[in-house]
Design a protein around this ligand. Structure first.
Ligand code: TXA
Ligand code: MG
Length: 344
């Protein structure tokens, strides 16, 4: 059952209060921003974030944008560079998303950032959305509120068409003013890089901070537009082997369901075979096995079979990338080193 909540922060706060309660409780609430409706979840709660991918039927764990009521709130979780502060002053609230390094003391969970050392943050220009974000008091991860592969929704009816019954509520704030997604700018490297054109033009950005690398305009054949698309971006140091039926004594085991016997180190994604729980424990498990397994002299991380349905697809996709050979150095200059991956 998906509740349709209506709210106006001044006159009708009930819908908004309910939406904030649901989000704090780990539930999914779609809400209007100035660009498109986002499918929100508490970005500090990996189980809540796993439900986003489940509801959208996304076959991959793409990194998500975290939403905040103000720049100071955002910069508590990512490193604010001088350029980021300048852009925030000019364009926030507004349709600009900044990719910045995650802070060690930030609370955006690994699943929301897809294990990257960076995170995308933005402050939407929609009053009810801002009031909602203030009421939640935590980063809210929100991809567009449509099933994977469908067009982005620009009113609450579109959200219901695609996701009714799959999410807890939609906060109806009418049609979105902009209608296209936010511009995404990566400020985590040496030069600002455009990852996605959107509601703020590159010309306007360049007027504030100078030249931007418009990488997306002339992509190399098969080049990734966003770092999350690199094949082995999330590879741990130990090799990963999928779908094992037995383990060796020097294996680190990523179990699913009743664990196989005999591994030196084990992390269970879900003893009860729940895929949402498995998704929420995936990145922590990879880190744990990589660190503890290496210390214990393990030679590889082996993974028990995970079903190829629902969230299992995204989990398998991510593990497949972890198992893939790393691309040549020049093909992944923006990818973090394995070490950075661990400390992120
Ligand atoms: O306007 C918008 O941005 C909407 C509203 C709801 O805010 N959101 C939205 O989210 O369009 P989504 O998930 O559909 O698109 C997010 C994009 C993805 O392509 C993802 O790869 C990229 O942002 N992204 C997120 N975090 C990233 C990171 N750390 N590095 C690079 N790209 C990132
Ligand atoms: Mg989208």
């Amino acid at each position: 059952m998906t509740d349709r909540l209506v709210s106006d922060d001044a006159e009708q706060p009930e819908g908004l209060i309910r939406a904030a309660e649901l989000l704090r409780d780990g539930r999914l609430v779609a809400f209007g921003t100035e660009t498109v409706y986002g499918l929100g979840a508490d970005a500090t709660n990996p189980l809540a974030v796993a439900r986003i991918f489940e509801a959208k039927n996304r076959p991959r764990f793409n990194p998500l944008i975290s939403h905040f009521p103000g720049a100071d709130d955002a910069f508590r979780h990512v490193v604010a560079t001088p350029l980021a502060r300048r852009l925030a002053e000019y364009f926030w609230p507004g349709p600009l998303t900044l990719v910045l390094k995650r802070r060690d003391d930030g609370d955006i969970c690994d699943l929301a950032a897809a294990g990257l050392p960076t995170a995308a943050v933005r402050v939407p220009a929609q009053n009810t959305a801002l009031a909602l974000l203030r009421a939640v008091g935590r980063p809210v991860a929100a991809p567009s509120a449509n099933p994977s592969g469908a067009v982005s929704p620009s009113d609450a009816g579109h959200v219901m068409d695609g996701l009714a019954g799959r999410i807890d509520a939609v906060l109806d704030t009418g049609p979105c003013a902009v209608g296209v997604e936010s511009t995404i700018l990566d400020l985590s490297g040496d030069t600002p890089r455009l990852l996605r054109p959107g509601g703020v033009t590159v010309e306007d950005i360049e007027a504030v901070i100078g030249p931007v690398n418009r990488h997306h305009e002339a992509p190399e054949p098969n080049a990734p537009v966003a770092p999350g698309m690199l094949t082995s971006h999330y590879a741990p140091g130990l090799p990963v082997v999928l779908d094992v039926q037995s383990v060796q004594s020097d294996d680190a085991l990523l179990a699913f369901g009743p664990p196989l016997n005999g591994a030196r180190v084990t992390w269970n994604l879900s003893e009860t075979c729940r895929l949402d729980e498995a998704a929420s424990r995936l990145f922590a498990g990879l880190r744990y096995l990589d660190q503890q397994g290496t210390q214990a002299g393990c030679k590889r991380i082996v993974v028990q079979p995970i079903p190829e349905t629902g969230l299992g697809l995204a989990i398998r996709d991510r593990l497949g990338r972890a198992a893939a050979p790393r691309p040549a150095a020049d093909a992944c200059q923006d990818a973090p080193s394995t070490q950075e991956h661990h400390v992120a």
